[in-house]
Design a protein around this ligand. Structure first.
Ligand code: ADP
Ligand code: MG
Length: 678
């Protein structure tokens, strides 16, 4: 059985078993699923088979004598053009200037090194003058953290393959194998470990990547379907007339996109199924009002709502905003970490009694001591800031409330269909009319004087500005110092002509709140701040956003910051102060000046930084794939998603013998899910 412990393999005793366990290898199956992290090969290949950034060996004729240049102390760079088949590639060798006399025009050489597909060049580590043999094997390289020698590990894999190959189940129906021309799972596992050729390796990868993505999508879809079938008895009838009156009394007309999202939300709320919905929309697209209308409906149905946000500032703002919006239609309370003592006890009591209709707060809302009378609707703003576990706790807290996640960080499609595949998605892809796109400029720091004069002019016409101060990685202390320095510089510059505020992470919460209040009330013209203002802050009168060290931020983060302005019918400006060194950095600044479309920026950011960084490393909630790469394997992902949907919602899973393997898999997933393992 593939579930056999590794000790069934020859030569694996207790000591080795324990070592393998530290690599998360417990069973034969675990062993076979530990794929090589890369491959070594010194086999000469045609250029068309080379993989970007991978080690490769090529062979050809030198076209012109080598050139050598020296740099630094004792460092050198030798280059020569090499004709491989009909193509000329550039070969580079570092610190091998003494080879100049050997690497001459007309010679045949074989060189091994890292291949750069885009520059069509190879940085050579080895060279060999003359031709090389044909049949060099492709060597797998495993990440073994020095727990076990690599040759020993390869022997184990080889033994496991020989003894167990016939037991590796084929869970894909043959219709899929034919449709996508996939090799069998047995064959794929053999060749992912010991590829007979690059063609075999490629086929093995294709098969295993598809499996990985399909199983993952099956999980998401199965859970989504299951959740839809759970009737929770929270069918909120509500008072639709009241809600309609409320909408008609708003000072603006909802956009088409808002109306559509609202329709989804109302349908979810009034249906007996549990809402599990993501509301995506660019900054300023007006998600909050849509959620608020849902909250109002919930109240008219006699249930409570909770609005959870990532920062206290944002909680405060939503609290103010909703209080204004609802007037005395319903009762709102704010609960954050800084609400303490008697006040806190009162709020907790009233929540339990049900006299509070909406509670706005931070993570504090999911603490044990918070209990609701009847929690019907939970709105989570900027949801990517929350860890998976926090979401779950909240879900478990209420009596299965409807949950709406809102995010202003446009999530690229690729990520949306992976990490949020188990949610329904509504998009607000249209801005309220009258909004002017923010004009964005990229400048160097020596323009500061001009920027400050520009701000002075904007302030003179009654507008406000933000300045985000320089960022020092891994040092709060320095960040604050920078903010303080800049604040003083501005004080000296403006000589009281402009009223300034300073906001940073080290201030007490009530100090932060009071500064934000002053800024919102326009008692402060220019707010100097570290990045604490990033999320969701809404001061429509602000028209200028200056961002120091813009090259240090991800595009999505810059877009978030930029979204703090342009929130009214006034023309707004974003000034990026940046001096990026590399081409990529320059490209990123350029892209910022060229588009204000958050989705475009997000796609670009994902490509540049990879999915892990996109949401921030720790709480990304993104699945970790062994072989699949969310960016590279995007198309396979889409295919797998479609297939998973067909499988889950079709009727073959239960009735067709060929789907037996998949059916068992889905059953296991649901069993685990019902027992509380996500
Ligand atoms: P988001 O949360 O999507 O970033 P908000 O909900 O904070 O955006 O809305 C930004 C601003 O736009 C708020 O001041 C809000 O009152 C206003 N607003 C929302 N919808 C509309 C609309 N349809 N027309 C005009 N203004 C709107
Ligand atoms: Mg918002």
């Amino acid at each position: 059985m593939l579930d056999d412990k590794v000790t069934v393999l020859k030569g694996v005793g207790q000591a080795l078993e324990e070592k393998l366990n530290t690599l998360n290898i417990f069973t034969v199956n675990d062993l076979l699923s530990t794929f090589p992290s890369r491959y070594e090969h010194h086999q000469v290949l045609p250029l068309s088979d080379l993989i970007h950034e991978q080690k490769a060996t090529i062979q050809g004729t030198i076209v012109a004598d080598s050139l050598v240049s020296f740099f630094g102390k004792k460092k050198s760079r030798l280059t020569f053009p090499l004709q491989v088949d009909q193509v000329i590639v550039k070969v580079i060798m570092f610190n091998r200037h003494f080879l100049k006399s050997q690497l001459l025009a007309g010679k045949t050489v074989t060189v091994t090194g890292k291949w750069d597909q885009y520059r069509q060049q190879l940085i050579a580590e080895h060279h060999f003058i003359g031709e090389k043999g044909e049949d060099e094997p492709i060597e797998p390289v495993y990440l073994l953290r020095q727990v076990i020698p690599s040759h020993r590990f390869k022997k184990l894999i080889s033994q496991a393959l020989n003894d167990y190959e016939s037991q590796i189940p084929e869970f894909l129906p043959d219709t899929y194998l034919e449709k996508y021309k996939l090799i069998s799972r047995q064959y794929a596992l053999r060749h992912i470990h010991f590829p007979a050729s690059f063609k075999h390796l490629k086929q093995a990868k294709r098969r295993l990547v598809y499996d990985e993505l399909l199983l993952f999508q099956l999980k998401l879809q199965a859970i989504k379907k299951y959740n839809r079938q759970v009737t929770v008895g929270q069918k909120k009838l509500g008072d639709k007339d009241k809600v309609t009156t409320f909408i008609n009394e708003l000072p603006f007309q909802l956009t088409k996109a808002q109306l559509k999202a609202l329709d989804h939300i109302m349908t979810d709320l009034t249906s007996p199924y549990r809402m599990h919905r993501l509301l995506q929309g660019d900054v300023g697209s007006g998600k909050t009002i849509v959620a608020a209308i849902g909250i109002y409906l919930t109240q008219t149905a006699g249930a409570q709502s909770a609005l959870m946000v990532p920062t206290e500032i944002l909680a405060e703002q939503h609290y103010q905003g909703l209080s204004q919006l609802f007037g005395n239609r319903l009762s709102i309370a704010l609960l954050t970490g800084s609400v303490k003592g008697k006040k806190r006890r009162e709020i907790l009591h009233e929540l339990k009694e049900g006299t509070i209709d909406i509670i706005v707060g931070t993570h504090a809302l999911i603490q044990d001591e918070v209990n609701f009378h009847q929690l019907g609707f939970v709105v989570i703003d900027e949801q990517h800031r929350f860890g998976v576990n926090q979401r779950k706790t909240l879900r478990e807290k209420g009596m299965d409330p409807d949950v709406l996640f809102m995010t202003a960080t446009p999530i690229p499609r690729t990520l949306a269909i992976t990490s949020f595949g188990d949610m329904d998605v509504s998009m607000i892809d249209e801005m309220p009319i009258g909004r002017k796109p923010v004009e964005t400029f990229w400048v160097k720091e020596n323009m500061l004087e001009r920027i400050l004069n520009f701000i002075r002019k904007e302030v003179a016409t009654g507008h406000q500005a933000y300045i985000v101060t320089p960022l020092i990685e891994e040092s709060d202390q320095m960040d604050i110092q920078n903010a303080v320095d800049l604040y003083q510089k501005l004080e000296a510059h403006y000589q009281g002509a402009v009223s300034l505020g300073l906001l940073h992470g080290r201030l007490m919460n009530d100090e932060k709140e009071s500064i934000m209040k002053h800024f919102t009330a326009h008692e402060i013209d220019v707010l100097v701040s570290t990045t604490v203002i990033e999320v969701g802050v809404n001061v429509p009168n602000a028209t200028v956003m200056v961002i120091y060290d813009a090259e240090r931020f991800g595009l999505s983060q810059l877009h978030q910051l930029r979204g703090r302005v342009g929130r009214s019918d006034k023309q707004s400006y974003c000034i990026l102060i940046a001096d990026p060194k590399g081409d990529v950095g320059k490209e990123r600044m350029r892209i910022m000046t060229e588009t204000t479309n958050g989705f475009e920026l997000a796609e670009y950011d994902l490509k540049l930084r990879g999915p892990g960084d996109f949401f921030g490393r720790k709480q990304s909630g993104l699945p970790e794939f062994k072989l699949a790469d969310l960016v590279e394997d995007y198309r396979a992902l889409e295919t797998a998603r479609q297939d998973a949907t067909e499988i889950i919602y079709g009727d073959l899973l239960e009735s067709d013998q060929r789907y037996k393997g998949l059916n068992e898999h889905v059953k296991q997933i649901l069993k685990a899910y019902q027992q509380g393992f996500d």
